[in-house]
Design a protein around this ligand. Structure first.
Ligand code: NAD
Length: 266
């Protein structure tokens, strides 16, 4: 058997980080070598993930953890305020970053690409690791080339702070790139209740539903003469992102430079 890929995880005590720890511990080709978390420091990473103890105690300092443990890949699901610094720290240790936490500027991504190339290692920043969600966006962009009348309906839990979702905005951007520029609907349309027609993006509408019990759904609805097409993706739980993270960990070993967007590895 080829050598195991040694994985460190930052944000190991968070909702996404716990799923990452579980996925790494359950894949025989991966080895968890370090875990770092601000609130979970001092606890066994396996226990944080709801499994039996694995002997890796979550540390509070990434730089120290990477000095003491040789890692090939760092998976980061922390918070926007620290993710850039964590990514730089990983690259300085020659550890390939696979990053799910959001909050990079385009300039930072360019800088990180340069740092990865200098260190001769690969890196991955993926705002969405869900394979199904990425396919939904790509199919929607393709359909919009033929059926330019489109509306997006996204549904998330009622505690979500932002609307529309990042995925809806990304979908809208991709649709707008290939869609014939038209202003949809009746030009004399009147909104009796403000907001009833949703938010406007480049001449089409995005609707955000917020309901308890829902994790994440998106439907892209196209209308044509005598027909409609619906492309829909449903996420049920955070574990749904893990096949993408697993692929990212394995593929990042084989190239140089920072890749932005999981779709480029599919
Ligand atoms: P969370 O709040 O549950 O977890 C964040 C964890 O990071 C916490 O345990 C916290 O203690 C830890 N942390 C904070 N600062 C730290 C530091 N300096 N060093 C180490 N650990 C630190 O959040 P979450 O729901 O797990 O989401 C984490 C991130 O992942 C967010 O940015 C979220 O938007 C993103 N996310 C990405 C995807 C994707 O597919 N790429 C999917 C879901 C969430």
């Amino acid at each position: 058997m080829s050598e195991k890929i040694k994985v460190a995880v930052t944000g190991a005590g968070g909702r996404m980080g716990r799923e990452v720890v579980k996925m790494v511990l359950e894949d025989a080709s991966l080895e968890l070598v370090a875990a770092v978390d601000r609130s979970g420091a001092g606890q066994d990473a396996g226990e944080l993930a709801g499994l039996k103890p694995c002997g890796i105690i979550a540390a509070s300092d990434l730089d120290l953890a990477l000095s003491e443990n040789k890692a090939d890949v760092l998976v980061d699901f922390t918070v926007p305020s620290v993710v850039y610094a964590n990514t730089v720290t990983a690259i300085r240790h020659g550890v390939r970053p696979v990053v799910g936490a959001t909050g990079f500027t385009p300039q930072q991504i360019e800088e990180l690409d340069g740092l990865c190339r200098e260190a001769n290692i690969g890196g991955l920043i993926a705002p969405n690791f869900s394979i199904g969600a990425i396919l939904m966006m790509q199919f929607a962009a393709k359909a919009a080339e033929y059926l330019p009348h489109v509306e997006i309906i996204e549904t998330h839990g009622d505690q979500k702070l932002d609307a529309p979702s990042g995925t809806a905005i990304k979908t809208a951007e991709l649709i707008a790139q290939g869609r014939e520029k038209i202003k949809q609907g009746n030009p004399d349309e009147e909104e009796i209740l403000p907001g009833a027609r949703g938010g406007e993006y480049d001449g089409f509408r995005i609707h955000s539903l917020r309901l308890p019990g829902v994790f994440a759904q998106q439907e892209v609805v196209f209308g044509g003469y005598g027909q409609s097409l619906k492309i829909r993706h449903d996420s049920y739980e955070r574990a749904g992102y893990m096949p993408g993270v697993n692929i990212g960990i394995k593929k990042v070993m084989d190239y140089t430079g920072m890749v932005y967007g999981f779709e480029h590895l599919m």
